[in-house]
Design a protein around this ligand. Structure first.
Ligand SMILES: Cc1cc2nc3c(=O)[nH]c(=O)nc-3n(C[C@H](O)[C@H](O)[C@H](O)COP(=O)(O)O)c2cc1C
Length: 190
């Protein structure tokens, strides 16, 4: 049995939708227990994060960065960092913004550096980039072409009922599944 926690912030619901997609993908892997932890509950649910074999981080991109609320969470983990509490857990990340780029890569880099500071082992996205040739479409998985983690784009005038689109949700699902597969191997090898 392996345990995966997904800790995320979502101001307007788009990142929450992706968190659910990551959870759905992870739960497809037999023997995986999945915990969704909104960042507002991270302190109360610290035992879930500390007990997980993998933690997936999710934040919207605000001003080209992880959100202030997510940064607050990151800084609040400094005691855990000092005690090496998350060392050798697997980690991964996802983000969403309104623009096609929106500087989302910077957010994923922040999440990966955060994981590295904790001594965690980062799992990237294994999907080839989509929508990058004449036969491509926005329906392609990994349509935004990210390897570091799952990226999604949500139109600024659409709610989480429709945005981000199906392809981005499926991309996040695959990241969750990949993290769960990697975690199962990681836990077996311990
Ligand atoms: C304060 C703020 C800053 C934002 N900055 C960016 C940005 O830098 N790039 C971008 O493309 N979208 C930006 N957006 C749009 C959000 O990334 C987008 O609406 C996203 O889907 C929000 O996710 P959430 O619903 O989980 O909060 C910003 C939105 C807010 C509220």
């Amino acid at each position: 049995m392996s345990s995966i926690a997904i800790v995320y912030h979502s101001g307007y619901g788009h990142t929450a939708v992706l968190a659910q997609s990551v959870a759905l993908g992870a739960a497809r892997v037999a023997g995986t227990e999945v915990h969704l932890v909104p960042v507002e509950e991270a302190e109360a649910k610290a035992a879930i994060l500390d007990g997980a074999d993998a933690i997936v981080f999710g934040s919207p991109t605000y001003m080209g960065s992880a959100s202030a609320r997510f940064h607050e969470f990151m800084e609040a983990t400094s005691k855990t960092w000092y005690g090496r509490g998350w060392k050798d857990k697997l980690a991964a990340g996802f983000t969403v913004s309104a623009s096609q780029s929106g500087d989302k890569l910077n957010t994923l880099i922040q999440l990966a550096v955060f994981a590295a500071q904790h001594g965690m082992v980062w799992v990237g996205n294994d999907l080839l980039p989509g929508n990058n040739n004449s036969k491509g479409s926005v329906e392609d998985l990994n349509r935004l072409g990210s390897f570091l983690g799952a990226m999604a784009q949500a139109n600024a005038d659409e709610g989480p009922d429709v945005a981000p689109p199906h392809s981005d949700r499926k991309t996040a699902e695959r990241l969750g599944e990949r993290v769960a597969e990697a975690t199962a191997r990681w836990v077996r090898g311990k």
